[in-house]
Design a protein around this ligand. Structure first.
Ligand code: IMP
Ligand code: MG
Length: 186
């Protein structure tokens, strides 16, 4: 981010920790057990949407104790306030035919829900055996389309958050916790 010039300024914008590393790991272990129990014996494909979900994907897949495959896709959204859906472009697609998989979308955060609404629609049209959505964070107060995750680990208020894969201007993805971003300094 071009207007952050020093490490001090970078650190100063981490307002407060909302979810600690320990809280994240406890919730992820529990989700991993739930998925392992629910999907045992089925062909599972975990699909995460880059880049935000890469850290959550790395931890969630290691909390799953049954056979599963992982895959990534990249989606770009072109939304303004007047369009509600259909504005997502897949910039990197899956390699596999998903019709023989139980697909679990692994997402970092659901905000307006528009990106995931579109991505889920695209994947559903490819006829997977089933399709579910797991999200680390959910901001239901911001929803613009009808979209509910099958499993949501943390519900958060309408705050801009960073860390654990989530960025602000591409920074902060490597923080090991979820924090509130302080934009009052801008
Ligand atoms: P939406 O649900 O289509 O509005 O968009 C969700 C995407 O917006 C997420 O995948 C994030 O990349 C980004 N996003 C939404 N809220 C936040 C936030 O609080 N911090 C960082 N990224 C966010
Ligand atoms: Mg994302």
């Amino acid at each position: 981010m071009e207007n952050i010039k020093t490490t001090e300024e970078y650190t100063g914008r981490i307002k407060r920790i909302l979810i600690t590393e320990e809280e994240l790991q406890t919730a992820i272990q529990k989700a991993g057990q739930q998925i392992s129990a629910g999907y045992d014996g089925r062909p599972i494909l975990l699909v995460s949407i880059l880049k935000g979900a890469f850290v959550f994907m790395a931890d969630l897949c290691r909390a799953i104790t049954v056979p599963c495959e992982i895959a990534f896709m990249c989606a770009k959204s072109y939304y303004n306030n007047t369009v509600s859906c259909g504005q997502v472009q897949i910039t990197m697609d899956l390699e596999q035919d998903i019709s023989n998989y139980h697909v679990i979308i692994v997402e970092d955060i659901i905000d307006t829900g528009r990106t995931l609404h579109d991505v889920a629609g695209i994947l559903r049209s490819r006829n997977p055996l089933s399709l579910q959505i797991v999200t680390l964070l959910d901001k239901p107060s911001r929803r613009k389309v009808d979209l509910t995750a099958d499993l949501s680990l943390f519900t958060i208020p309408d705050l801009f958050v960073i860390g654990y894969g989530l960025d602000c201007g591409e920074y902060y993805r490597n923080l090991p916790y979820i924090a509130e971003y302080d934009d009052t300094a801008r």
